[in-house]
Structures are given as structure tokens and as C-alpha cells.
Design a protein around this ligand. Sequence first.
Ligand code: ATP
Ligand code: MG
Length: 583
Amino acid sequence: MNFYSLQLLKKLGFKKFFNIAVLSILASIFELFGIGSIGPFINIVNDPSSVSESKYLQYFIKNLNIETQNILLYFGLVLIFIFIFINIYKAGLFYLQTKIALNYSAKMSVSLFKKYLDNEYYFYLIRNSNELAKNIFSECQLIGNDIIKNALVILSQVIIAIFIISFCIYLNPALGLAMILFGVSYYLLIYGSLKKWLKKFGESQLYHSTNRWRVITESFNSIKEVKVFNFSKHLESFFLSETNKWTNNKISYALVVTLPRFLIEVIGVIFLVSLTLFLINFENEKNVISFIAVYSFAILRLFPVLQQIYMAFTSLKGAQSRIKLIYEDLNNKNLSNSKKNKININLNNSIEFKNINYKYQKGNFQLKNISIKINTGEIFGITGQSGSGKSSFIDLLLGLLIPQSGKIYIDNKEVNLKDYTSYKNNFSYVPQDVFIFADTLKNNLTFDFENNLPDETLLKKTIKKSNLNNFIDNLDKGLETPMHDKGIDISGGQKQRIGIARAIYSDRKITIFDESTSSLDSETELEIMKQIEENKKDKIFVIISHKKSTLKFCDKIAFFKNGEIERVSPYNEKDSYFKNLSD
Ligand SMILES: Nc1ncnc2c1ncn2[C@@H]1O[C@H](COP(=O)(O)OP(=O)(O)OP(=O)(O)O)[C@@H](O)[C@H]1O
Ligand SMILES: [Mg+2]
């Protein structure tokens, strides 16, 4: 077991392992008892007179009033019951092991989801969201199986093996030792020579399964482009080739883990036949048969146990890269906001950026020397070419990205936004592309998923202000209408109005619109802008736009160019910049 598997095991708690260990020891004792009772049974079959030689059997016969000729029948029945009991017990043990493993998978996927969600926004810029989904969904499931179940298998099977081995050594020390030495070194040799291959197998399995997952999610997320540009053939063949590689890899793995079993079975039989032939020449024939019977049974039990231990180890080795990945994600402290100041930070009058600089980890884009002050009561416009850094600036304003240098003042007091989780509560935000959740329209407007007790008067006002009345009146179920998971059912403009309604309903101090009126007809847009103007007295509105009709309403406008603010000035009809803009 490697470091990562052990660490993940530790999280489960050792008490459960202790319980399973105790139950496994009991299983071995029962198993041994079962094996041990086969010898006497064969003895009686072989020589019924031997009953009289056994004191114990005589004792039972006398006390239970059993007739001597029926002893075989009774003994047989007892043997059957012993094995029924052993197997019911083992089934129960298997159930417990499976339960622990699957519960662990479930627990791990829930904590991983939480861990990912609690990360800073920055985390999502550097990680692929499809991969995160796959880790939560499929890797955790596999790991539960790989580590927990295999560790339990190793634990219980090693105990069983020790019992069987001790029994064989007790029967005949030299023979027992020789057998165990052979069995163990056989599997160690195979495992040792496959170690490197198993690691590579694990890495390539992870690689191909990530690719398979990625192509599926990307296909469905871009289904319109796929249809229009007609590249489904390319996606299909990529998926096919990745699936083939993944499957072939798995077939090789299945062979590698199973083949040793066939060989060792043959070797076991050769060993037994030679042993029988050898012994029969030296020993009393009667003793030999029961000895061989017990030995064959022990060997037939021991080799599958060794095989299981071997398979558990190979499976752990094969899963190593996956285990490492999940372990690192679960334990990564840098990316989560664990130590945040719980103090509320309320913005009352203004927010100011002074000489703020920000550079993305990837790429060369930089926001340079951003200095800007936004006051309550203002509609603050932001404009500039595509790629000039407007959305990046908004991410800094929202506290989603943390600047590398410069100062931020709230109500003229310097603050380090990194220290406050509650800072974001000052904002509502309407993004460029509004996301619709697979829930009712009402919950999509209020985000009140849990209580479902929205403020009805505020909701009514919101619907009016965001011009959604007509849209809702035309729906059979009105506000209770379920929305499609990706909002395919509704138009771009309707989506934007839902986004705007969310912002109005949440009633925060600062509202940010990132080109949120681009899909609206001019009449609707005008009405919404008028609403904003009426409500601006004790609020701040920050609006990114390229449209004259929107920028007209702004008290100040910041002009972005190549990551810098060129100037901040009020709207002016005659300004040459606006001449080139559309209405
Ligand atoms: N996560 C990121 N990592 C690296 N570079 C990024 C990242 N996000 C954006 N950029 C780069 O930052 C620059 C500014 O992007 P931004 O989205 O801020 O522009 P924008 O002004 O909002 O443009 P648009 O009007 O098209 O929305 C772009 O050159 C973009 O490639
Ligand atoms: Mg943008």
C-alpha cells in the first residue's frame, strides 16, 4: 500500500478496520473448522470401523443414541450445516466490506464536491470543469472500490491465509513451509515484475477516461455547433479511439491479474499428485488418504486466497495515479478559503481602486495601474474594445480575483479583500451569459431553493421592473414552470431579463451588469435603464456596455484599452468614441 492509499484509509477511521479484522479472524476459525472436519469424514468413508477408534465420536454416539451404521449420514449432515453456516457468515462479511467501501466512495465524492465548490474562483480558471466533474462522479466511486475494498480484502485474506498456513505447518512443518514459501514467492515474483507496467496502466487509464469524459460533455454542451458545423463524425471517431485504447488496456489488465491463478492451480495439482504417489509408498494407506484430503482442501483454499491478495495489490498499484490525484485535491489547502474573517464588511459610500495590477497565471494579459473611484448614487459605465480587460476588472471588483499589487479602499478605509468572505454580499451580478438552473422559474428568480418562501411583494415588483410580466403570463404554470437545465427553452433576451430580475430581487448595494442588455430590444432596454436610474439614489450600478443607448444613462464612464483605463469621463454626445458605437 502506498502513502496516498494509507492516508485516504486513515480518513475512514481505523475502528471499522479493527471490527472487520476481528470478524475476519472468526471467519478463518470457522473456515479451519470446516477444513478440519473433512478429514475425519473421509476417514469414516474409507474405514467405517475407525468410528470405534475415536473417543469423541463414541461419546456423541452414546449420548445422542445414534446407531453406528447411521453415523456417516449424521456426520455428513453436520458437515453440510457447518459449510452452510460458514458461507452465510462469509456472505455477511462480504456485505459489510462492500457497504464500508461504497459508503466511503459516497462520502468522498460529497467532500470532494464541497472542496471544489469552496475553492477560490481562481481555482476554476486553472482547472478544467469537465475533469472536476469526472473526479467527483467516477474517480471517487472507483477509489472506494480500489482502496477500501482492496485494503479490506488484503486484511481479511491475509488473516485467513495465516490460519490455513499454520494449520498446514501443524500437520507437517516441512511440507507446510515448503508450500507457503512457494506460493508467496510465486506471487511476489509476478507482482514485482509487473509493478512498473501497473503504474503505466493506471496513468493511461486515467488519461483515456478523462478524454472520454471530456468529449462527451463538450459534445452535449456545444450541440448546436456540432449540428451546424457538422463535426459529429470527428467527435464519434475520437470517442471510439479513446474507448478502444481504454478497453484494450483494461483487457490486458484483466489478463495480467487472472493468468497467474491458472498456472498455480496446475502446479497445485501436480504437487498433490506427486505427494500422494510419494506418500503412498511409505505410509499406511489409510492415513495417507485423509492426510491428502485435508491437504488438497487446504491448498485449494489457500491458493485462491493468495490470488485474491495478489489481485488486491495489483488493483491498488493500478489505481495509484487516480488515488494520488484525489488525495491531493482533498488535501489541497492553498486553494480553499479556510481562514476567512467572519466580520461583515459593508460598503456604504464608495469603493476605490488605487494602482491595481493583475496578471493571469497563464497568458500575457495584464490589468495595469487601475485607479478608479465609484460612489453611491452613481451609474458607472465601462466600455472598451473586446479583450481590453473589462470583465477581468469586474472580477477584481467582485473580489473573485485578488490583485498582485495596489490598494483597495472601502468608504475610504484600506481593506484586503482576501480576508473577507462577506464582501461579496454587497454585490449582485448579471453575467454576459446568464445561467438558468433546472428548477422552477420562481426559484430561478429568487435563488430561494431551500425555504421556498419568497417575498411575494418584492417578487411582483421585480417582475414588473425587469419586464417579465408578459413572459410569465404566457406560461401555463406561471412562476412554477420548470426551466430546462441549460435554459434551452427560453430566448436569449428572456434569459437576460431573468438575470436582471435576480439582481433586482436580491437588492444588494452594488449591481454589476456585464453586457446584460445586449440581447434586449431597445424598448425593453430603455424601460430597464429607466428603472435603474429611478433606483440609483442609495445604490451603485456598474454597467459594461458597447451601446450608446445604455452608456447614455451613465454618470461616469471608464474607457478601457489594452488592460489600462485610458480616461474616466461623463457621457458626451460629441465624443468621437461614441460616434462609432451603435445605438
Ligand atoms: N483565465 C484567464 N487566463 C488567462 N487570460 C485570460 C483569462 N481570462 C481572460 N484572459 C485574457 O484577458 C484579456 C481580457 O479579457 P476580458 O474578458 O477581461 O476582456 P473584456 O474586455 O471583458 O472583453 P469582451 O468585451 O470581449 O467581453 C483577454 O486577452 C483574455 O484572453
Ligand atoms: Mg467581457
